[in-house]
Design a protein around this ligand. Structure first.
Ligand code: AMP
Length: 621
């Protein structure tokens, strides 16, 4: 049962890792997962035996089961099938992507079944929810989830859907850098101009904020949803495969999924190591077959920090170029920034830190934990939304929309209706008139993006406004209102100015899941949870039965011992009983209800025997 008293959490749903946090006794803190770790890998898999796996268990088997292990789903969420980004991803991902039933979104082939990306992400969210429930010892049903500031409507919508599938009421979708700033400023009563530089596993985000007391006013955001740690890893992989081919007569490692996964892991490890050391050794024995009758090929290579910096120079430059553009949008010069907060695992790379320092002319702030700060901010926001009064001073977040929102106009051009960096929530009304005699419908394509050419931007949806009264062209005025919610999600409504008649129009969300499909998935998921709950109730019952019988047997032990002192009978049976009790202790720790039932029967037999023995008169009496 959901209740307002249930705890609320903040979730950083990351490309590589995810984190869940909460505010307890006024202090934001990370909730460790059930293995005691603060970070949970954002990896979902179906094991070779058909078992679904999430987190580190899924990550651990990625090498041997690459086709059925999905990582970096965040790079695909809310994307359209056929887009350049998806085509690029298809070339490098070891798992297969197919088009959704409507042909516009992506499905991942997992365990032989096409699965929507929102469902994949929902499994990571469900895992974090379960971790939080284990930690609180009760249900957790409400959360704030963070997304890169640069996510468009489709990506936000799909993330929200993922939350719903996981059984969470998503209180708000907030931007990761804003969230980081919230955690940074928490309880400090600052008056500062702050830049959050967030380079994660898959995305880069930069935000400029004015923090004044408890008001967090985002002035401008910028970013690139296809720039992150994995691009750095791929540069190392490319360098390794190129050199390997050169040294081994053209053997192409890219053809071998298992070898690729090992290379990916080793590349990431080397990259992280090089943040602390000048060189890293990469050693991958038995990486490839050399051919019939020949020994397997090993890869041994040393990578220096200098070489890594050379291989990834343009990626770091891209981060700075995006930062420059965002500062320009904000009308702020680098030297006017009071503090630069580094967020995301990739900001541990010394070259990245150096680039930031050189650009801003000051040391970035090292006071926040780059992996945890986003989840902590989300927890603060969740707490403020759930119980603002209890919060003491409220936190006011004034975020902005990251990309221009507009429509396609004659000639395939893009007309902006709500410009980027407008504070959300917001709405804008636009007046349309008919362009033909007796026109009874208009078709409107809603897009988000930076280009003047409509087709270069992301199509959020198209709708047809029908039922317009026939009249001379230009006579009918239709007022269309575009709004962006505090989540950054887009809505559209239309009104005939003369008649006042309103039409509510849904821009089809690009999460790819229709409302029906979403409901079906949520129902199936609830059934699953119910099944799990039922089976956990069965487990508790079986354990209780075993515990009660063990207690009863142990209660009889003194009487049985006395009886054995008096009689030779039953000594063998008592030895066997010890075995049964040991088995019972083991079964009580496990989750196998069949084993518990079988132990319970053996215990029943022992109990009857003990009762009999306790009542046995001395031999020969
Ligand atoms: P995040 O999405 O914030 O969890 O960032 C994850 C990215 O940070 C991954 O690409 C990691 O490989 C990278 N990362 C983590 N630790 C380090 C490190 N010490 N040096 C360089 N990159 C790192």
């Amino acid at each position: 049962m959901m209740s307002d008293q249930d705890p609320v959490v903040g979730i950083d749903l990351g490309t590589t890792n995810s984190v869940v946090a909460t505010v307890r006794d006024g202090v934001p803190r990370v909730i460790p997962n059930r293995s005691g770790q603060p970070l949970t890998p954002s990896v979902v898999a179906v094991a070779k035996n058909g078992k679904p796996l999430v987190g580190s268990l899924a990550k651990r088997q990625a090498i041997t089961n690459a086709e059925n292990t999905v990582y970096a789903a965040k790079r695909l969420i809310g994307r359209r099938w056929g887009s350049k980004e998806v085509e690029d991803a298809r070339r490098v991902l070891p798992y297969e992507l197919v088009a959704g039933p409507e042909g516009n979104d992506i499905r991942v082939m997992l365990g032989g079944r096409p699965v929507s990306v929102a469902e994949i992400s929902s499994q990571v969210l469900a895992e974090l929810k379960a971790d939080a429930e284990a930690w609180f010892g009760g249900p957790v049903t409400r959360a704030v989830i963070t997304v890169p500031a640069y996510f468009n409507d489709g990506q936000r919508q799909a993330t929200k859907d993922a939350g719903r599938i996981a059984g969470l009421e998503v209180l708000r979708i907030i931007n990761e850098p804003t969230s980081a700033a919230l955690a940074y400023g928490f309880g400090k009563k600052l008056e500062k101009k702050v830049v959050v530089f967030d380079l994660g596993g898959g995305t880069f985000d930069v935000s400029v904020l004015d923090i004044g007391q408890s008001v967090y006013d985002v002035v401008a955001v910028g970013g690139d949803t296809y720039l992150g740690g994995e691009d750095f890893d791929r540069r190392i992989m490319d360098w390794l495969t190129f050199n390997f081919a050169k040294e081994n007569g053209g053997v192409d490692l890219r053809q071998d999924k298992m070898a690729l996964q090992r290379l990916r892991d080793a590349s990431e490890r080397a990259k992280c190591e090089l943040s602390g050391t000048p060189t890293a050794d990469i050693h991958l024995p038995f990486l490839a077959a050399a051919g019939e009758g020949k020994a397997a090929l090993h890869l041994t290579k040393q990578l220096s920090r200098d070489k890594l910096e050379e291989l990834t120079k343009d990626l770091v430059e891209r981060c700075i170029a995006v930062t420059e553009k965002t500062l320009k949008d904000a009308g702020v010069r680098p030297n006017q920034v009071d503090e630069v907060i580094l967020v995301g695992g990739m900001t541990r790379m010394p070259r990245v830190q150096r680039a930031v320092r050189d650009y801003f002319g000051k040391e970035p702030c090292k006071g926040v934990h780059p992996d945890e700060v986003v989840a902590l901010g989300a927890a603060i926001q969740a707490q403020a939304l759930a119980a603002p009064a209890a919060q003491g001073g409220e936190v006011l977040l004034l975020d902005v929309t990251p990309q221009n929102l507009g429509i396609m106009v004659v000639g395939g051009y893009f007309q902006t209706i709500i410009p980027r960096n407008t504070t959300v929530p917001t709405n804008q009304t636009h007046l349309f008139t008919t362009v033909q005699e007796n026109q009874t419908s208009v078709r409107i394509a809603v897009l988000q993006g930076e280009s003047d050419k409509a087709t270069d931007n992301e199509l959020l949806g198209e709708f047809v406004l029908a039922g317009i009264r026939p009249a001379r062209r230009g006579e009918v005025a239709i007022e269309i209102t575009f709004d962006i919610s505090a989540d950054g999600i887009v809505g559209v409504s239309a009104r005939d100015v003369d008649t006042g008649q309103e039409q509510s129009i849904n821009v089809t969300a690009t999460s790819g899941l229709t409302e029906d499909e979403l409901k079906r998935i949520i129902d199936a998921h609830l059934d699953d949870q119910l099944e799990k709950k039922q089976s956990s109730a069965d487990l508790e019952r079986a354990r209780a039965r075993v515990a009660a019988t063990v207690d009863e047997i142990e209660g009889l032990v003194p009487a049985v011992q006395k009886a054995l002192e008096r009689s030779r009978f039953g000594r063998d049976a008592v030895q066997k009983a010890e075995g049964v009790l040991a088995r019972a202790r083991l079964a009580q720790e496990g989750k196998d209800t069949d084993e518990l039932a079988s132990v319970a029967e053996a215990l029943d037999r022992t109990l009857q025997l003990f009762k009999g023995l306790a009542a046995t008169p001395p031999d020969g009496a």
